[in-house]
Design a protein around this ligand. Structure first.
Ligand code: FES
Ligand code: FES
Length: 148
């Protein structure tokens, strides 16, 4: 099967129903995308599929063959992604960091869809779990990225 990840084409020999997360991490060595729950609850595994925030732990690899997949490894090549990362650094958002690649992907998807989000838009979109409780810093960073 052929996957397009961060603009590059990869051939992978896996079962069609393999979760995309396993393929990214174990076949392609892209370990920035994290495994948290495996059942679409936490968002640690969030990637962009055609610009949409998508939980890769429950996305079968055959459903995204030939579609543009973006992971945290390339997010700074995206104009919105770069603004998000810069705002994350300025606001010192991460604590342990485990959830943060998923948070950055979710924030980037939000700004692609809604460049000037309201506080409600941010609350609705930024639903990934953070056990360190960085939610206020996430919200501030999204607002800053939107103004950048
Ligand atoms: S690992 Fe995918 S949502 Fe938790
Ligand atoms: S920074 Fe630790 S889980 Fe979010």
């Amino acid at each position: 099967m052929e996957l397009t990840v961060n603009g590059a084409t990869h051939q992978v020999d896996v079962e069609p129903d393999t979760p995309l997360l396993w393929v990214l991490r174990d076949e392609l060595g892209m370990t920035g995308t994290k495994y948290g729950c495996g059942v679409a609850q936490c968002g640690a595994c969030t990637v962009l599929i055609d610009g949409q925030a998508t939980r890769s732990c429950v996305t079968t690899v055959d459903s995204v063959a030939g579609v543009a997949i973006t992971t945290i490894e390339a997010i700074e090549q995206d104009p919105e992604g770069r603004k998000v990362v810069e705002a994350w650094i300025t606001n010192q958002v991460p604590q342990c960091g485990y959830c943060q690649s998923g948070q950055v992907m979710a924030a980037t998807a939000l700004l692609k869809q809604t460049p000037q989000p309201t506080q409600d838009d941010i609350a609705d979109a930024m639903v990934n779990l953070c056990r360190c409780g960085t939610y206020n810093a996430i919200s501030a960073a999204v607002r800053q990225a939107a103004q950048a």
